[in-house]
Ligand binder design. Structure first.
Ligand code: KG4
Ligand code: ZN
Length: 344
């Protein structure tokens, strides 16, 4: 089955990667747009889409050159087809369609969340289904039972903000700039996690859902009070986030049925404190634990190529008229959650 070219353009990273079915990332390139969005404190969709148009094609050419390969050496083309900022998604998907058409290779329209959900299997050849996945990024915070490729049961979601959003907002109010998660983590290392009393929304509640809006607002109020060291605020926020994640994940584990492993993916899974706490929880339950390396947790094209390889191995591909989707839930049968926002 061979080598898949993966393309990712659903948010503010323009990325291309070549991955083979033996889990080798042959080449990958990521062009971050952080500098373009920094003045606005967040991703501006129009700027993101234009940057993808400028950068994607040369980036793909450079990735192929890094590998010493031509398009003819690739066995299929996989691109994120949603969910995400629709302008960027369309740039990546249309580029993939053109390449698939020109080279007469199969096209795989990948759900970005499926890319994150299967990324732990790219990093760990022994990770078997079913596993419990914490998927935490800038737009999502979900607990998913990953039963098989294409079979995902959403056990929990956030009823308001995503966890990455809470990290980004905290960074903003603490004056740490954009993107916020890594900056909060760095500063938290110098602070006292018990210094600032902060809420742990939904802690102990019977459904494993998440909520972070109250925590986010409490950080804003604590900052305005002007009585705490910024490092203590960062550390206390991160500790509250860890406590929520562990309590909610534990709750989901109790209701998930037998699983082989506890794994995490998405940008927030790059956070060391969250990784260590999840590993301890997995240990307690005698479960295998896995988090892909940080570069595979944040948005990247290797995970899109890998999801393509997994689907191709099952004989799947997509027609050239497949649509780009701004919203695309991994588990369409999941009950709507009262209070949940419009995030995909
Ligand atoms: O998966 P991702 O790269 O993009 C989305 O699909 O959203 O996730 C980005 C999110 C941002 O909110 C960022 O602040 C957060 O992941 N993040 C982190 C860390 N690195 C990235 N949050 C906490 N600690 C980190 N080290
Ligand atoms: Zn993502």
């Amino acid at each position: 089955m061979g080598v898949v070219l993966g393309i990712e353009s659903s948010c503010d990273e323009t990325a291309a990667a070549l991955v083979d079915d033996r889990r080798t990332i042959i080449a990958q390139r990521i062009a971050s747009q952080d500098d373009a969005h920094r003045p606005y404190g967040g991703v501006v969709p129009e700027i993101a889409a234009r940057a993808h148009v400028e950068r994607l094609t040369p980036l793909i050419a450079a990735t192929l050159a890094d590998a010493g390969m031509a398009l003819a050496d690739v066995d299929a083309i996989a691109a994120t087809a949603g969910p995400g900022l629709i302008g960027g998604v369309m740039v990546g998907l249309v580029t993939a369609k053109a390449l698939a058409m020109a080279s007469d290779k199969p096209l795989l329209a990948i759900n970005h969340l499926e890319g994150h959900a299967l990324s732990p299997r790219l990093a760990d050849p022994d990770l078997a289904f079913p596993y419990l996945l914490l998927l935490a990024s800038g737009g999502h915070c979900q607990l998913l039972l990953v039963e098989a490729v294409g079979s995902y049961r959403r056990l929990a979601t956030t009823i308001d903000d995503a966890l990455g959003e809470a990290f980004d907002k905290t960074a903003k109010v603490l004056g740490l700039g954009y993107p916020g998660g890594p900056a909060v983590e760095r500063l938290a290392a110098q602070g006292d996690p018990a210094a600032v009393p902060l809420p742990r929304p939904l802690l102990g509640s019977s459904e494993p859902h998440f909520s972070f809006a109250g925590l986010k607002s409490a950080v804003v109020r604590a900052k305005q009070a002007d009585t705490y060291r910024v490092a203590d605020l960062a550390a206390s926020f991160q500790q509250a986030a860890v406590d929520c994640v562990i309590d909610r994940t534990h709750r989901a584990l109790l209701g998930a049925g037998p699983v082989t492993a506890l794994v995490a993916a998405g940008g927030v899974a790059a956070n060391g404190a969250i990784r260590r706490a999840l590993e301890a929880l997995a240990d307690e339950h005698g479960l295998r634990f896995g988090v892909p390396p940080a570069a595979l947790c944040t948005d990247n094209a290797a995970m899109i190529a890998w999801a393509g390889i997994e689907r191709l191995a099952l004989g799947q591909s997509d027609p050239l008229d497949v649509a780009a989707r701004p919203r695309w839930p991994l588990d369409p049968a999941a009950d709507p959650v009262r209070g949940a926002g419009v995030k995909a």
